[in-house]
Design a protein around this ligand. Structure first.
Ligand SMILES: [Zn+2]
Ligand SMILES: [Zn+2]
Ligand SMILES: [Zn+2]
Length: 230
């Protein structure tokens, strides 16, 4: 089987390495208003653009891996740090009744491709539901029913549930894989240096294990609902 691929190894390796470089990085963005310093690793076409174009193209989907061109190479950054907001209750638009000084709640969002952080602005309309319900309506399962600061996408809970049914993968192994998807070079540093920064929680060196415990709890609730309610 390997022999069939062997004569293509050079071309395959070149294609893989070619994806790590973009000759347009650092040049003027197509919009003409900024430099092409950012690119998305999850969009099918990975064309570099300026920060504003990148944010405009990721209002939906908001949970993609983003890289920034440093001048010599691309390094990981994230949409939350670049200013992407997640608006709930009005598709991708800001609630017209949200006060101008409303606190955007920093929230850790755990998805199938990584652990993200984004600022969320909730709907403030008279008919608005409570925050956990607004998260659920957006496909985000709140880690707690009181002032949630962590949410799990329905996709990640469904995927983990499928793994446990088909491969008996443990929650610990799945969570460690998510940690590596977030930062494969320094997985232990991921949470403290990147995710913790915008968390409202007081500093806690066991932050990562708090997330893991939340994952265990929510995965159990999801499993119960999957077996009994849907
Ligand atoms: Zn993307
Ligand atoms: Zn642009
Ligand atoms: Zn509203």
């Amino acid at each position: 089987m390997m022999a069939a691929f062997e004569k293509h190894f050079d071309k395959l390796q070149f294609a893989i390495l070619e994806r790590k470089y973009d000759p347009k990085a650092g040049t003027n963005c197509a919009c003409g208003a900024g430099r092409s310093l950012y690119r998305c690793q999850d969009c099918f076409t990975s064309i570099s653009s300026c920060q504003q174009c990148l944010l405009r193209s990721h209002v939906d989907p908001p949970l993609h891996h983003i890289q920034r061109w440093t001048g010599t190479h691309f390094e990981r950054t994230n949409l939350g740090d670049l200013g992407l907001m997640l608006f709930l209750g009005h598709s991708t638009s800001r609630c017209p009744n949200a006060p101008t000084n409303s606190n955007k709640r920093p929230t850790v969002i755990i998805h199938t491709n990584a652990i993200h952080k984004l600022h969320i602005e909730y709907c403030h309309c008279a008919h608005a539901t409570d925050k956990p319900t607004q998260l659920s309506s957006a496909g985000l399962f709140p880690a707690t029913t009181e002032k949630p600061e962590t949410a799990f996408t329905f996709s990640v809970l469904k995927e983990f549930h499928t793994h446990t049914l088909s491969s008996k993968k443990s929650a610990y192994d799945y969570f460690i894989a998510l940690q590596r998807l977030t930062n494969n070079v320094f997985p232990d540093r991921t949470y403290v240096s990147t995710l913790y920064v915008h968390s409202m929680r007081p500093y806690n060196p066991t932050f990562v294990w708090d997330l893991y415990r939340e994952f265990l709890r929510v995965a159990r609730v999801w499993k119960y609902l999957a077996l009994t309610r849907f």
